[in-house]
Design a protein around this ligand. Structure first.
Ligand SMILES: Cc1cc2nc3c(=O)[nH]c(=O)nc-3n(C[C@H](O)[C@H](O)[C@H](O)COP(=O)(O)OP(=O)(O)OC[C@H]3O[C@@H](n4cnc5c(N)ncnc54)[C@H](O)[C@@H]3O)c2cc1C
Length: 360
């Protein structure tokens, strides 16, 4: 009899894993949203809302044999998953990939895809009307957002604020200095090594005055709080022996197990496996998950399979500043405009994920 695999969450981990096991096992993907949300495009969509038509991709063609259940999971045990309407999905193996939430308009609130479309249009209109733009947080999303606005709306006065002394402080120095110099070229003011002390919202753009940690104050027509992702790990709270790490993530062992249940694995943003909260991390976890689940199906015990090895400090990162410029760290060297544009900036991997979801 074929094995039953329940995958909870249809993001980068869940959608690709479900498709890759569709011919090997009885797959059920549990996902409350109608559409896959291609996060990298949500940044450019702030300046170009039309991009949403291609970056929100319906799930209906993803699986040929298995099923996508439009539902939220609210309980897990050794025998399966309980959905929010009480229905049960019996499973031999469970993969939890419930991901993370982020600020508006970068990810939907819960399963509300129409709400994301409306928020995108609202923020786009606010951005059009604004002159002075503050971006608080200079991780990849904040830095890319500054670059996208500077490229598409060169008349805006953009200030990118970070409490770190330089951009991308954990990466090779060349990446941050090259990006900083391109942003300054494009007219962006960088305020580094200072904290915004009085953010009125951590999740919604708003107009107001920011107090910085050196006592200075700056007035903006629109402030984007861009302070990083928070893992959606509540579903795992009821499992035996789980432990949280930072950003609400759940610790996993070397075989990506979040608890003492041997048939439950967790991956992606939710799981602290030693990787960052990135698609780049999911791209390393996915081949391991596919091989390990296929091993499970053929009867191999988990401990006889290779443990997962995270990227470590060489994890690549691609940071476009609009469709033409940007820099990337590719594990061995820092690349400039041409490679960043070809690899990501031009089309933001939209085609790759349309293809994954069996769209033209
Ligand atoms: C604006 C933005 C841009 C980004 N750009 C990049 C980039 O360019 N490169 C990069 O490497 N990373 C990027 N990231 C990070 C990347 O989006 C995440 O690392 C990635 O989404 C993680 O994938 P995941 O499968 O773990 O979770 P997610 O993609 O968050 O998917 C989780 C899924 O689980 C579902 N879910 C949640 N709870 C439940 C439940 N109880 N039951 C069932 N389903 C549930 C959700 O509806 C969601 O569809 C970006 C993030 C943001 C916010």
């Amino acid at each position: 009899m074929s094995k039953r695999i329940a995958i909870i969450g249809g993001g980068y981990i869940g959608a690709e894993l479900a498709k890759s096991l569709d011919n090997t096992a009885e797959v059920t993907l549990i996902e409350p949203r109608s559409h896959f949300v291609h996060a990298p495009a949500m940044i450019r969509a702030v300046v170009d809302p039309a991009l949403l038509d291609r970056a929100l991709i319906p799930y209906d063609r993803l699986l040929k044999n298995g099923r996508v259940l439009r539902a939220r999971a609210n309980g897990i045990d050794a025998d399966g998953v309980t959905l929010d309407d009480g229905q049960r999905v019996a499973a031999d193996y469970i993969v939890v990939a419930t991901g993370s939430s982020n600020a508006t308009p970068f990810k939907p609130v819960g399963d509300d895809i129409d709400g994301l479309r409306q928020a995108n249009q609202r923020v786009h209109d606010q951005l059009n009307a604004a002159r002075r733009i503050g971006i608080v947080g200079a991780g990849a999303v904040g830095t890319e957002l500054a670059g996208e606005i500077a490229h598409a709306m060169p008349d805006k006065e953009i200030t990118l604020i970070s409490d770190t002394g330089r951009l991308f402080p954990t990466m090779p120095e060349k990446l941050g200095t090259a990006l900083a110099s391109k942003l300054r070229d494009a007219g962006v003011t960088l305020v580094l090594g200072k904290r915004a002390e009085n953010l009125q919202s951590l999740t919604e753009p708003y107009a107001g005055r920011l107090k910085l940690s050196d006592g200075s104050e700056l007035e903006f027509d629109l402030i984007f709080p861009v302070l990083g992702s928070r893992a959606s790990s509540e579903l795992l709270d009821g499992l035996p022996d789980t432990q949280k790490s930072t950003a609400n993530r759940v610790k996993v062992d070397r075989w990506l197990r979040p608890s003492s249940l041997p048939n439950v694995l967790a991956a992606g943003d939710l799981a602290d496996a030693g990787d960052g909260m990135t698609i780049v991390a999911t791209s390393r976890q996915l081949p391991w998950l596919k091989a390990t689940l296929k091993g499970f199906i053929s009867g191999k015990p988990l401990e006889q399979m290779k443990p997962y090895k995270p990227w470590g400090p060489k994890a690549p990162i691609l940071v476009p500043l609009g469709p033409k410029r940007g820099n990337s760290f590719l594990g061995l060297f820092t690349a400039g405009d041409l490679l960043t544009r070809k690899m990501k900036g031009e089309n933001l991997f939209v085609r790759k994920y349309s293809k994954l979801l069996n769209r033209a």
